[in-house]
Write a protein that binds this ligand. Structure first.
Ligand code: Z5A
Length: 212
């Protein structure tokens, strides 16, 4: 089967990273062994530096403007697309993206309540370059998200936002998932086993559709 770009989205602690790793074993069973995973923001030397700024700010308490945050996120994404994802796809790799453009719609657009003109311009430009073949949105409540990440050493700038911020993020994810056919919502309050099985079933079905 041709290479594909699959992305996984959701709140912190929804299980994205765990699911991405399980998906590799699943794809291996189909003989798909050339697989690359990405985790945004980050994934190139420049994107990784931006990841630190986005998550923790600079060495002083200089405030980060919301638009600056958005531009850093898209700069990191563009570096990743051009220098990692596109070259991998062109060599026949499947790419599993742990977060992608939907995260910016949800966190910056809805969470930060930003004016959508710049966001949509950036998103359209990026989506035009490369849009995912399939996206899994792992849905959990902000309360469950917090309880799953509670024993982390340090919370980042975004994780420190109040619950209402994550309510907006979740509503946006749900709205986008209801509008687009290639976004599959998964109830990620289930056990990891159940989440994985549900995703495998969708992948199985999707593979069959691709062969038709
Ligand atoms: N951000 C943004 O604002 N805009 C953007 O465009 C992009 C990102 C791309 C990245 O943080 C931050 O950047 C993020 C959004 C913002 N900040 N916030 N908030 P990150 O890279 O550090 O974190 P993350 O991407 O959210 O990943 P995560 O916190 O590691 O969550 P996860 O990958 O979804 O979950 P996990 O690591 O697989 O699991 C976490 C724990 O939960 C672990 O102990 C699991 O065993 C447990 N878990 C997961 N699923 C289950 C189930 N189903 N049952 C029980 N326990 C579970």
């Amino acid at each position: 089967m041709d290479n594909k770009f699959i992305t996984i989205e959701g709140l912190d602690g929804a299980g994205k990273t765990t699911v991405a790793h399980r998906m590799i074993s699943y794809l291996n069973q189909y003989g798909i062994t050339k697989i690359l995973t990405t985790h945004e923001p980050g994934g190139t030397p420049i994107s990784d530096l931006l990841r630190i700024l986005i998550k923790y700010g600079g060495p002083t308490d200089e405030p980060i403007n919301n638009t600056s945050e958005l531009l850093m996120i898209y700069t990191a994404r563009l570096q990743l697309i051009e220098n990692v994802i596109k070259p991998a796809l062109s060599k026949g790799y499947w790419v599993i993206g742990d977060r992608y453009d939907l995260s910016s719609q949800a966190y910056q657009g809805a969470g930060r309540e930003m004016d959508t003109l710049l966001l949509h311009t950036l998103s359209d430009k990026i989506t035009n370059i490369l849009s995912p073949d399939l996206t899994f949105y792992l849905d959990i409540s902000p309360e469950l998200s917090l309880s799953r990440i509670n024993n982390r050493r340090t919370l980042d700038r975004i994780e420190k936002e109040p619950l209402i911020f994550f309510d907006r993020v979740r509503s946006c994810y749900k709205k986008l998932a209801s509008e687009k056919k290639n976004i599959i919502t998964i109830d990620a309050t289930q056990s990891l086993e159940e989440v994985s099985i549900t995703i495998y079933r969708y992948l199985n079905w999707w593979f069959l559709c691709q062969q038709e």
